[in-house]
Design a protein around this ligand. Structure first.
Ligand SMILES: [Zn+2]
Length: 118
């Protein structure tokens, strides 16, 4: 899946979520770890996931209702996110943002950025 990492439209909206890419096996890792779960290396380079595809969703009822989704990111790992904007059906491509909830007119997935756990 190839996408432009950012479009001018999104500039300033904190597009992308920070992940790690293992230097030894090249797998992307999220949430951040001190050791690669694939090869046990501790050498990581930063990597940014900008886009994803919604795999499944759950609607939390309430006022207002909140739509959560499992999203397969363009780097591979699946993240759980709050889906903001019109649409959001499984199979939909979506832009990933870290914590910025400003409505931009587009469909976004808000992924909390976890800290590294030892
Ligand atoms: Zn690795």
């Amino acid at each position: 899946m190839a996408h432009a990492p950012t479009l001018p439209y999104w500039k300033g909206f904190d597009v992308g979520i920070e992940m790690q890419r293992c230097v030894d096996c090249a797998q992307a890792v999220f949430p951040p770890r001190s050791m690669c779960p694939h090869c046990h290396s501790d050498a990581f380079a930063p990597a940014t996931a900008s886009r994803g595809v919604i795999e499944e969703t759950t609607l939390q009822t309430g006022s207002p209702p909140i739509l959560f989704g499992s999203i397969r990111t363009d780097l591979g790992p699946i993240v759980v996110a709050e889906i903001v904007g019109e649409g959001g059906a499984p199979g939909t491509e979506i832009t990933l943002v870290s914590t910025n909830k400003r409505q931009t007119g587009g469909l976004i997935a808000v992924v909390p950025q976890p800290s590294i756990k030892e």
